[in-house]
Design a protein around this ligand. Sequence first.
Ligand code: OGA
Ligand code: FE
Length: 334
Amino acid sequence: MDGDKKPWDPSQLRKYDLNLEEIPRLHYKDPKIDEYIKENKPVVITESNIVKPAVQRWSLEYLERNLGHSGHTVFVSRNHKFKYYDEKKIYNRVSNTKGVEFTPPTRKVEMRIEDFMKRVKEWKKGDERIYLQQSLTTTVGNNIVEDFVKFDWDYVNGKQTKHNWGPLTSNLLFIAMEGNQTPCHYDEQENFFAQVQGYKRCILFPPSQFECLYPYPVHHPHDRQSMVDFERPDYNKFPKFKNVKGWEAVVGPGDVLYIPIYWWHHIESLLRGGPTVTVNFWYKGGPSTLEYPLKDHQKVSITRNVEKMLLEVLQDPKEVGPLLRSMVLGRYTE
Ligand code: OGA
Ligand code: FE
């Protein structure tokens, strides 16, 4: 079909040994969108005006002129992976005993937007990669603020109300180099992931696949991240990763991907596709009433709380695993 012709081709996607199905794409007025959101299932919302002013105006040149001239938060990586870590969970001999020893895989720097754009333009293979990730609610220039207030807030607020989400916590702006990757993790928030410029591939897994994705312990700086390297999965350490079944979408300008709370997501800007721009909308989850049967993401939340409680009383992360083992082995493993 001609109408299906895509502005990218499969050679721009990294190859993964994964069983993937396509996330449906629905016109923003399609009432079925609400069924997906209600059931905590991902969906791509097309042709909406959610971030239309940004889609129309936020070229890299426009962003360079208008984002503001204070420092912006930029992550620097020696490879294409930008794996998130929680600085507060890094071991610190002086002030806490709960952290683990850890070498951050990326470093966070403050950069002027001009310097960021220059490095993106002049980047060549072998150079460090950079990824700007900054909240839009901090100081940005007036034109950006004007575009921001013209987002289709009626639409997103309507979804927030209809689905009982909590408050909007932040809008993060992402400016990535082609090929940049955010490895697989989950967030404890509902997310409208609005693509503004360029194309990103998003691979999602439901919270029920927790066991197949092997998240780091909650006290680890990589809490909420999968320990599995998708490019070289260690099936001896992570055998259930073979059983994982995911959902994927390539999103382009104007597409908004709903990433349900606690859903795993691995995101990468297409190879040779140029830089990409995304704005996300993070919302607190709705009030969690324990109605049975529990939802899969509620079980993940319970697991997190048990881990946190054990660490709280044991005081040493090294003691959490052995206690859980002795509690379970031969007693709950029939
Ligand atoms: C998110 C997210 C990463 C990216 O919006 O939750 O993980 O690279 N984004 O866009
Ligand atoms: Fe995320």
